[in-house]
Ligand binder design. Structure first.
Ligand code: TIU
Length: 229
């Protein structure tokens, strides 16, 4: 199914595609978490929630695989590189207590996915210690085992975890379609440039399109299924 995209149309082969939602966690989208600890205005990211909800619901209705990721660390912080812990010279550090529990620690309320996009039973959740979703995780194995070669990527933040993951995925042979309105940054200019970097040079890292284009393609797929019955 062809989807209008930059730099040219994306050929969505639905059974081999997964929706990959990056780090839509309370720690990044709500006050008192990791995002705010880094000095950011977390309200910048909230515009991504409604489009993600609509795309997730259409993707689930079409029976597609959904995978969620969460950035965070073991409660003993044994997987937290000292360089990551001290970066930014913040007064509060990863692992310190905050209003949503210990910052960026697995199992704490702030580390979990926001209620609006909460994973459904059976949807894999990848816990990752870094910015990229492939580093030190079983994501590649899970995708290979399910025969996935295309990733429709959303989440936060555009230039950090989304870009890092798309670059990792591209080098592993996945075709990534990044959904512009479903990604967000604390810095609007980095969001714009982060997306432009993906689609530039003939799609050096992948493709970019708004959620409406994918939702419309899913509707066409559903129509064809209906006609075949
Ligand atoms: N700080 C920032 O923009 N992002 C992160 O630290 N992690 C993710 O992007 N998930």
């Amino acid at each position: 199914m062809l989807v209008e995209a930059k730099p040219y149309e994306y050929s969505l082969a639905f059974p081999t595609a997964a929706l990959l939602i990056i780090d839509m966690q309370r720690d990044f989208l709500e006050p008192g978490g990791f995002g705010e600890m880094l000095g950011n205005d977390v309200s910048q990211l909230r515009r991504t929630i409604a489009p993600n909800k609509a795309l997730l619901s259409a993707w689930r209705a079409a029976g597609g695989l959904v995978i969620h990721t969460r950035e965070g660390h073991r409660s003993d912080l044994a997987d937290l590189p000292p360089a990551k812990k001290i970066r930014g010279r913040s007064a509060t550090l990863i692992g310190d207590p905050g209003p949503m529990g210990r910052i960026l620690v697995r199992g704490e309320p702030g580390h979990d996915i926001i209620p609006e996009l909460y994973p459904a039973a059976g949807e894999p959740v990848i816990d990752k210690p870094g910015k990229g979703a492939f580093f030190a995780t079983d994501l590649h194995a899970i995708l290979q085992n399910r025969g996935i070669s295309q990733l429709v990527v959303t989440g936060v933040t555009t230039e950090v975890c989304v870009n890092t993951t798309v670059r990792e995925a591209n080098d592993r042979g996945y075709d990534c379609l990044v959904i512009s309105d479903c990604c967000g940054s604390y810095f609007p200019e980095f969001h714009d440039m982060g997306l432009r970097m993906i689609a530039a040079q003939g799609g050096i890292f992948g493709w970019v399109t708004p959620s409406a284009a994918v939702i419309e393609a899913l509707a066409r797929i559903e129509m064809m299924k209906g006609a075949a019955q």
